[in-house]
Design a binder for this molecule. Structure first.
Ligand SMILES: C[S@@+](CC[C@H](N)C(=O)[O-])C[C@H]1O[C@@H](n2cnc3c(N)ncnc32)[C@H](O)[C@@H]1O
Length: 247
């Protein structure tokens, strides 16, 4: 395993398991997962990160998973890691997905943006832990300026589904416009049993702009803490999966 990744995972354990037992973390992970799977309406209201337990479960479990998925996706997509100097991570959460992409580009600079103050602080911590030059700022996806052209890569990992309909309507044309200025754009979402209704609209627009849509399955073993938490929470990710839009 990459040394920086291993050190970050150890630091995550120390940071989040200091005040939480393994079984408390597993219980919080179950609550968080049910929020993603069954209570999607709560997501746009910020329900996923509304308790300390769920925030810790997110940082400890989903953030490393999103790191691993993003790393595999950008390794697999042609030209996703060459000549990228800056990553803009929309809805960056704890910053892991953008950090993974930045590391694959030989340590591109990262700018993470999230509406949640806890996420912004955690993203800044993640960039420091991984030795990246990064900055995290608080903003709403709907209001943020998406600048940058060639050399910029824009990421929205597991974030578009949490936006409300209005924010999604505003964001899509901005992403396409950034692509027209030369930026690369990557949207990552889980493969859901019932895909969200916005996905086909986004897929059509991205394809019209010359992009592609993919589904991925990666055989990547989970790190030990994440594997143990998944087992205790009754989750069983045998493989890492995702769907993506890419231009
Ligand atoms: C499921 S998390 C994903 C975080 C991160 N991208 C990752 O892959 O781990 C979704 C994030 O989107 C953020 N978010 C939701 N709605 C937002 C909005 N309107 N503007 C900015 N961030 C938003 C949430 O605060 C949360 O941190």
């Amino acid at each position: 395993m990459d040394e920086r990744l291993a050190a970050w995972l150890t630091a995550l354990d120390e940071r989040h398991l200091a005040n939480l037992t393994h079984s408390e973390a597993a219980r919080a992970l179950r609550a968080l997962s049910s929020c993603y799977v069954e209570r999607r309406a709560k997501l746009a209201r910020g329900g996923a990160l509304d308790t300390a337990g769920k925030r810790a479960a997110f940082a400890l479990f989903y953030a490393p998973l999103h790191f691993l998925v993003t790393r595999e996706v950008v390794r697999a997509l042609p030209d996703a890691t060459r000549h990228v100097a800056r990553i803009v991570d929309v809805g960056c959460g704890t910053g892991s997905a953008g950090a993974a992409w930045a590391m694959e580009c030989g340590n591109a600079r990262v700018t993470g943006v999230d509406r949640h103050p806890w996420a912004v602080a955690e993203a800044a911590w993640t960039y420091r832990q991984l030795g990246l030059s990064g900055r995290a700022a608080r903003s709403d996806a709907e209001r943020m300026t998406i600048d940058g052209g060639t050399g910029t890569a824009i990421l929205a990992a597991y974030a578009v589904n949490e936006l409300d309909g209005k924010a999604r309507e505003i964001l899509l044309p901005r992403l396409v416009a950034a692509h027209e200025r030369g930026a690369r754009v990557l949207v990552i979402e889980p493969i859901a049993r019932r895909p969200a209704t916005w996905w086909p609209v986004w897929e059509r627009r991205i394809r019209e702009a010359g992009g592609r849509a993919d589904q991925w399955r990666f055989q990547v073993p989970l790190p030990p803490t994440q594997r143990a938490l998944a087992r205790s929470a009754g989750l069983n990710p045998r493989e890492l999966t995702a769907r993506t839009l890419w231009i």
